[in-house]
Design a protein around this ligand. Sequence first.
Ligand SMILES: [Zn+2]
Length: 685
Amino acid sequence: MTNPLLTPAHLPYALPDYAAIKDEHFIPAFEIAMEEHRGEVEEILSNDAPASIENTLVALERTGQKLERVARIFFNQTSAHATEPIKAIEEEIAPKLTAHQDAINLDPRLWQRIDALYQQRDELDLDAETKHLLEEKWRDLRRDGAALDDAARAKLAEYNSQLSRLTTAFAQRLLDDTNATAVIVDDASHLAGIAPGTVAGYAQAAQRRNLPEGTYAIELGLPTMQPVLATTENRELRERIYTASINRGANGGDTDTRDLVAQIVRLRAERAELLGHPNHAALVADEGTAKTTTAISELMDALAPVAVQNAKKEAADLQEALEKDHPGEKLQPWDWAFYEEKVRAQRYAVDDATVKPYFELTKTLNDGVFFAANHLYGITFQKRPDLVGYHEDVDIYEAFEEDGTKLGLFLFDPYTRDTKYGGAWMNDQVGQNRLLDEKAVIVNNLNIAKPTGGEPTLLTIDEVRTLFHEFGHALHGLLSDVNYPSFTGTSVPRDVVEFPSQVNEMWILHPEVLPNYARHVETGEVLPAEIANKLREAQLYGQGFATTEYLAAALLDQAWHRVSAAEAAEITTREQVMTFEKRALEEASVAMDELQPRYRTSYFAHTFAGGYDAGYYSYIWAEVFDADAVKWFEENGGFTRANGQRFREALLGRGGSADMLDLYRDLRGRDAILEPLLTRRGLTG
Ligand SMILES: [Zn+2]
């Protein structure tokens, strides 16, 4: 049997041959690729010759290519198209992968060789990228526990494999609970205010669930505040949707996530102590550019009071608007989005219904996102209908440099489906690097409701923002220009990975970009300047809420991971999890009756399922750099090819090959400062 995951890549840019890959190929491919990887590493470690950069550090960069490929293909699918068989494979393979990586990283011979090189790093006459690779490798291994004794290393491996199992279980329970708690409506009149296309989507969702004709299933997206709440006129339905949203993962039974949270938090705390850190948050801060939890607290403490003060001001406005409809009643959290939308429509006359016809998906992508990238970085995109993605909704584009040189592939997967996780993200199927002569193959995933009957896909301004944002990550991957696979594209510390993607949002409403793509879907008329101006003004509105709900989630994430192992051991029941959450928000002074954190504990996938544990602060941390970099663009003439080139060479193309704070300092001539962020968010008081 030939396994298409293991045969040499034969498609352009080493694009995976998705059409040939079947579920049953994954397990054998993982097994064989892991064995091959072990063999390659063994050859390096059993070499009698003393460690050299070439026979150890660079040799390691060449190992595990098959495993890397299988894993990238598989983990793209676990997030974008997690069918039942794929979920079962993930459960089986995730702990094995962790154990496999641990066995390599914790091999004492590896530590000896890398440490020997590290000790002579100043005498080896290394180029900057290779020196950085050595330092990062040494630091990573130490963080992984490579310098520990045998008993401690075994304990660490045990923590890692348990955590991998628990976080996978969290993600799957959350997906199941989210599917189970869709809000079912059997009376169309209750859906007043909701756009017809959205209602049609709910009818289809009900059909998929085999519900009777005339029922609607409102499926929930990841954050607390469901977008549909902004237009749902029926207050009872708003309450039902909101209540379902904030109770996800906390409904009792098999899909409750809270007992997993308690276990995850305790194990992370114990592991941090084993590695010599007071708690998990301290360990994570040390891995990032923040370095300490104190630095994180300083930023959040500076923001929390101004954010809450602004949110309270906004709540007072909304209360007034609510009383016109419901005299004498108090604003509830499920009313917030609806009245915010009303007040925004009154003040700025730019409700979603008015602007959506101007933001058609294909046009926004081609004449907005690609146009801006072309103008700034010189790159162009061409659709490749001959190439096949991992799902029929995936479109594939080929990217070229200004002079026609091939750059990479861009896979675009915009629509929501039952098998896709909530939210939006970028990942890569192949990462650019010169060592293995690989070019980038990048995927962007969004969760836009697919319209029915060939209707055009119209975007809200928030969806436009998400599109530009995720494409900012895609650019980070596509424009990567590094030597080593370890440094490709978005392989930067987590707390700055959002920086380039956030910068790309600056072009959405830019006067030289917006008119190029914001054209009425039927008439082709350019979005009127008056509406465009109001969209710009409206950006400042609602920032009190947005900043507060975000900070509340970030502070909650920090609180869960600043507990010691002894403190964590005291939290075991579902009720104790809720009590901890409540107290943490009160102590951080971000508790408000009218709003909840952007994610509550039981559905905080960023922190308990993957990737952003003790790292949710990263978004605002990165935004400090983003806002300051936007100022840099503005100060240097804005939307120009020269600025794009400078930004590309100084930052976007450099991936993780140098310390991002150093790169930033080189670009800016100084460190980033907080003021541009405060101004942008209207938080200057
Ligand atoms: Zn992002």
